[in-house]
Design a protein around this ligand. Structure first.
Ligand SMILES: [Zn+2]
Length: 212
């Protein structure tokens, strides 16, 4: 007699895995930006210029003011010789999603026509991200400084961790000078000030936009 196969359907259970949060469909959000405030922010202007040059900034500003625009018309308005010449700047902005495009074809044989649109809200979030990253770094540095005792030879400016300093009898391996305990409180204080400053910047950024 054949043994009946007993089939148990195993449930797929992922062991020891963190429960991933259920993916929620994001609600369509409307971000309302105070453009004047944004464009008067030094760091906002600097970000765009660093990315795409003064010309890129001009293109970005114009697109914000005018709304979506066809590429050739945009090139003409901004006195670029050809659409090709303006594309270089548009692509630079596009690498950070500060602009986006849609392409349309008029008739089967026609060329694509590109329409470009600026996304000033992206700029706010990019700058905010930079500040947040720097805060993270500063916090790491504070933890490191608090957790470790450092010693310094003031002649050679060499730093030693406590363990090395102990091994060397608190003398410099290079010049045999006496090591001094390093005051980390100054480093920590400076980093804390920087974090405060950056948080203040983030707070100011948050005044520029509303999410509806
Ligand atoms: Zn030394």
């Amino acid at each position: 007699m054949k043994a009946k196969k007993h089939i148990v359907r195993k449930k797929k259970v992922s062991k020891n895995r963190k429960k991933e949060p259920a993916i929620k469909q994001p609600k369509p959000q409307k971000v309302i930006i105070n453009i004047n405030k944004l464009l008067s922010l030094e760091e906002a202007i600097k970000y765009v210029v660093d990315l795409s040059g003064e010309k890129g900034l001009e293109v970005f500003k114009y697109l914000i003011a005018r709304g979506p625009m066809e590429e050739n018309a945009l090139a003409k308005k901004l006195k670029f010789e050809k659409a090709n010449a303006i594309r270089k700047f548009l692509y630079k902005l596009y690498t950070k999603n500060l602009v986006s495009y849609t392409k349309k074809k008029k008739g089967a044989k026609a060329w694509y026509t590109y329409y470009w649109k600026a996304s000033p809200e992206r700029l706010v979030f990019l700058i905010q991200k930079e500040y947040e990253d720097e805060i993270k770094q500063a916090k790491k540095s504070i933890d490191l400084n608090k957790a470790n005792d450092f010693y310094i030879c003031e002649t050679c400016n060499r730093q030693y961790e406590l363990k090395q300093a102990l091994e060397n009898d608190f003398r410099c391996a290079n010049c045999n000078g006496v090591l001094k305990h390093m005051e980390t409180s100054q480093v920590v204080g400076e980093k804390e000030n920087r974090i405060f400053f950056l948080n203040e910047k983030i707070r100011k950024l948050s005044e520029i936009f509303k999410i509806k």
